[in-house]
Design a protein around this ligand. Sequence first.
Ligand SMILES: CC(=O)SCCNC(=O)CCNC(=O)[C@H](O)C(C)(C)COP(=O)(O)OP(=O)(O)OC[C@H]1O[C@@H](n2cnc3c(N)ncnc32)[C@H](O)[C@@H]1OP(=O)(O)O
Length: 437
Amino acid sequence: MTEPQTSLLNRDVDEASHRALAERALTYRTVPAGEPAFEGWIQAVSRGFQDGERSPEQIAGARGRNSGRRLTGVFDESGPMPEVAVGTIASWPSELTVPGGTIPAGAISAVTVAQTHRRRGIARALLEGEVRTVAAAGLPIAMLTVTESTLYGRYGFASAASAAILDIDTRRVRWAGPTPDGRLDFIDRRAARDVVATLHERTRHRTPGDIALPPGHGDRFTGTDPDEKDGGAIRCVQYRDAAGEVRGILTYSLAPHERDIVKGTAKVTILIAETDDAYAALWRFLLELDLVAHVRAELCSVDEAVLWMIGDRRAASVSVFDHQYLRILDVPAALRARTYGSAGRVLLRVSDPLGIATGEYLLTVDDDGEGTVATAADADTAGADVLELSVVELAAVYLGGVSPETLGRAGRLTGTDLAASSRMFASTIVPRVGLWY
Ligand SMILES: CC(=O)SCCNC(=O)CCNC(=O)[C@H](O)C(C)(C)COP(=O)(O)OP(=O)(O)OC[C@H]1O[C@@H](n2cnc3c(N)ncnc32)[C@H](O)[C@@H]1OP(=O)(O)O
């Protein structure tokens, strides 16, 4: 059997989307990063995200970053710039952390359609095509982070992990957290890049919603991409514990206040802590920076421990937004991959607008929180609770980020015992992913 990894990267474009686009005289094809056509693909991505034209140096950098991805473009050969795509999408095999384990997942990114070609169904063809391709590659889940919340529900995605923006007025902070006995040091950005990769890999299995560092992301947090112009603005600090082991890394940049030099803002690029000590030390460092009055960290957990370390809770303003979107493609594989908060039996009646995950599945959870799954046709479902929901709501509750009870109150699903289903799907760790991809 082909590994999902190879299978996704080597797959040709989806047949149904190919036909749908061909009917509109549009060409749909993969664009390997090593080929000359990549230039027209990356220029389209940049334009789609309202960025400037890429220079040859930037194109070379982007080529390297995209080499581990499956890139697909839609081309309009009848236009004056037929080599520049009018639609783009990228995907790559990844791994998603779920409560109690991990699951292979297909990550999707770089969805753009030229403003001249918008609202003609190009994004729909690209998204449906990519979702089917990820499923055909044997990956049980697709996932993405989004520019707009309104785009992806129609393809079966839901936000399964929120993110919190923390804006902390450091003048109101009185440090109330622990005082670790390790040491902090500034380190070179290139060295920091390796520390980020190492610590991310060591910690990502702890938090549902987290993912393997995407290919090409290695330099993003340290500004070390060869074509990065403003990388020097990023400062990097590591925490070494009392035994000398590096346990934490912080990268951040400073924005001065326009009139008052003591009112600068420190913006966190990434903070990874392998231990509670590293976490406390790096946050304290940030909150006590000289000439800084605000600390802004954008992809925090909604359950961030630092909020209990600052003395004055109102020193922090917190806003929450939808961040990690999941699309469940193989319901039994997804349900088997995670552990559960309580024992029980529930029959999930799942509907799916694209038909991929439609079915009835019996989930049985034992006293250790381990789940077994059978299709309803092969199981005795008598006496089981029933949860009736679409694949969108299944994705929303999958990591424990929202409970079936809450979605029931919102009129988004129904069930015979939503309190029991909520205990079952609960996670003791609030889901989160600390990066955009
Ligand atoms: C994972 C990521 O990459 S997130 C990044 C998403 N991309 C961006 O934000 C870049 C800027 N935006 C764009 O490039 C385009 O406007 C896109 C990709 C969002 C949409 O492309 P289009 O080709 O115009 O979309 P398409 O015509 O296929 O529309 C598909 C559906 O989405 C709806 N839709 C499209 N854009 C929007 C929008 N901005 N808000 C709400 N609904 C939208 C359409 O109404 C249509 O609905 P329906 O089929 O259910 O009736």
